[in-house]
Design a protein around this ligand. Structure first.
Ligand code: DC
Length: 232
């Protein structure tokens, strides 16, 4: 398949490096990047503002169906901006509180069902999409599926470095504990739990640099689709 639509899915737990890898792979193949976690995060923020509880499945599904969400940028490595009713909420959705909120709202089957067409529409023209269930549920017929893993310690170290870079220093134990809580919920939920698709390429990122992981994914996409990456 040298021409035509290309959809690459990158799934995995928090801190496995999905976001960086997805941005770099999107840039290499000139595709937009879709960060589906940002959709759940924005819904959690929207719910908070509208006074809808993160446990209220029906209320959240109704909100999801009318969420005034827009993505900007996201092609290649251009920074992805997320707008809620026109307001740039890109930074506001990245707090630890909204990480938990996103994980909580995403448990509800009715919420996932309401957000499914939104994600598919955003992926329509070809995409590198990252999240938890892209290869299994959202884009089960994607041309290339990747599943990234890493040990809990390594993922927590990366998350902590990310938070510190934004001026939010947190002890490693706290990051580890919050991550464990979120992993457990994301993996155990009945609706679209985190797991690798049967036809996904599973890459353990422990002991590899993100650079090496990016190269490995780019090779995989090139090999399977016959496309050549742009080298930057
Ligand atoms: O990737 P992230 O950390 O921004 O995701 C936040 C939460 O959203 C995550 O804990 C679970 C949920 N999520 C999901 O259920 N399905 C996805 N495809 C992406 C995220």
């Amino acid at each position: 398949m040298a021409a035509g639509r290309l959809r690459v899915t990158i799934d995995g737990p928090a801190g496995a490096g999905k976001s960086t890898v997805a941005s770099r792979v999107a840039a290499a193949f000139g595709l937009p990047k879709l960060d589906t976690g940002a959709i759940y995060r924005t819904l959690a923020l929207f719910a908070r503002r509208e006074g809808v509880d993160w446990d209220d499945e029906a209320g959240l599904a109704a909100l999801a169906a009318r969420m005034p969400l827009a993505f900007e940028g996201g092609v290649g490595e251009a920074p992805l901006r997320v707008r809620l009713a026109g307001e740039d909420v890109s930074a506001a959705i990245r707090t630890p509180e909204l990480s938990q909120g996103a994980s909580l709202v995403s448990r509800h089957p009715a919420v996932r069902a309401a957000l499914l067409p939104v994600q598919r529409r955003l992926a329509e023209g070809g995409v590198v999409a990252e999240g938890r269930d892209l290869g299994t549920v959202v884009l089960p017929d994607a041309e290339v599926k990747i599943f990234l893993t890493a040990s809990a310690e390594e993922r927590a170290r990366r998350r902590r470095a990310e938070l510190s870079a934004r001026g939010e220093d947190q002890p490693l134990e706290r990051v580890l504990a919050e991550q464990a809580e979120r992993d457990e919920r994301d993996e155990r939920r009945a609706a679209a739990p985190l797991r690798a698709a049967g036809d996904a390429v599973v890459i353990d990122t422990d002991g590899r640099t993100l650079e090496q992981v990016v190269e490995r994914v780019i090779e995989e996409v090139a090999r399977r689709t016959g496309r050549s990456p742009r080298r930057g």
